[in-house]
Design a binder for this molecule. Structure first.
Ligand code: C2E
Ligand code: CA
Ligand code: CA
Ligand code: CA
Length: 279
């Protein structure tokens, strides 16, 4: 029988073809970037109620020789689709652990924890635990210094496997934070079963935080949920004193956001904040 070809010409519309070309070329360049050292980690401070820096989140940056700075919002989704997230994620893990190894020799960094973002695909690699262990070993890192940030979408596929891997890593001292909390698909059943340390309130709920919006009850509910599950809670995207105060009022005492510091190159990262000036 003859194949139905009605739909085919659609796929060759020039704009679509161009878009596909552009994506393929970006993908090729990302592959090259990973192999040729065009990626960098930037660090953003995480602080407690006293404004002490207690940790830093590593955020990957791509300095492209021609395109200039490419934002992770552009290349992380591409990396996920193409599978490049695996070599990219391995690079982040190695580089993060290398940094923690360096910090061992610098007393002002000795109490800081480092948070790394881990993609679902990366976490679901059968050898993910081994990758982490060998990075620790290679850079002589104490596992207690590392937090891995995972997202709720992990639970859509293979929740049992997820829980098992997390438990294993957690037993040796690694911490886990659930990133972008409130934007995903968490089933309360699994949330309770997950061996987590911290919920991370998504920027979406922090951005609109003020006394008269819907975000306040949502943030309040997340903080209450964290407390009832005996988890820590940290808010991301804190930009104003008002947001910080409202969060503190809800019982959230750890923060990350431009109010305390933007992500900066590793060499510029300050493990202490300059004292707050009177507003
Ligand atoms: P995320 O994990 O939710 O990271 C927080 C994002 O919010 C970062 O964007 C950070 O620069 C930004 N941010 C921090 N404080 C503020 C603030 O006060 N106001 C505003 N408006 N934004 C703030 P960035 O660096 O562009 O990263 C975007 C996303 O890319 C990350 O979101 C994360 O999902 C992904 N990503 C970044 N680095 C990695 C990585 O190494 N591995 C993986 N798998 N994903 C990464
Ligand atoms: Ca994150
Ligand atoms: Ca986040
Ligand atoms: Ca987010």
């Amino acid at each position: 029988a003859k194949r139905q070809r009605d739909a085919v010409p659609q796929l060759f519309r020039p704009e679509l073809e161009q878009e596909r070309e552009a994506r393929l070329s970006l993908e090729r360049e990302l592959r090259h970037a990973i192999d040729n050292g065009e990626l960098r980690l930037h660090l953003q401070p995480q602080v407690n109620a006293d404004r002490h820096v207690i940790g830093a989140e590593a955020l990957v940056r791509w300095q492209h020789p021609v395109r200039g700075f490419v934002s992770p919002g552009e290349f992380i989704p591409l990396a996920e689709e193409s599978g490049l997230i695996l070599p990219l994620g391995s690079w982040v893990l190695q580089e993060g652990c290398r940094l923690l190894g360096e910090w061992r020799h610098r007393s002002e960094f000795s109490d800081l924890k480092l948070s790394l973002n881990v993609s679902v695909r990366q976490f679901q690699q059968p050898d993910f635990v081994d990758q982490v262990l060998s990075a620790f070993y290679r850079h002589a890192v104490a596992p207690g210094r590392l937090t891995l940030e995972l997202t709720e979408s992990l639970l859509l596929k293979d929740p049992e496997g997820t829980i098992e891997k997390m438990s294993l890593l957690r037993r040796i001292g690694v911490s886990f934070a659930l990133d972008d909390f409130g934007t995903g698909y968490s089933s309360m059943v699994y949330l309770k079963a997950l061996p987590l340390d911290t919920l991370k309130i998504d920027i979406a709920f922090v951005r609109d935080l003020s006394r008269d919006t819907q975000s306040t009850p949502i943030a309040a509910a997340i903080v209450a949920l964290a407390q009832s599950l005996e988890l820590g809670v940290i808010a991301e995207g804190v930009e104003t004193e008002m947001q910080r105060d409202l969060l503190a009022g809800l019982g959230c005492h750890q923060y990350q956001g431009y109010l305390f510091g933007r992500p900066v190159p590793v060499e510029e990262f300050q493990p202490t904040l300059v004292a707050q000036s009177e507003a």
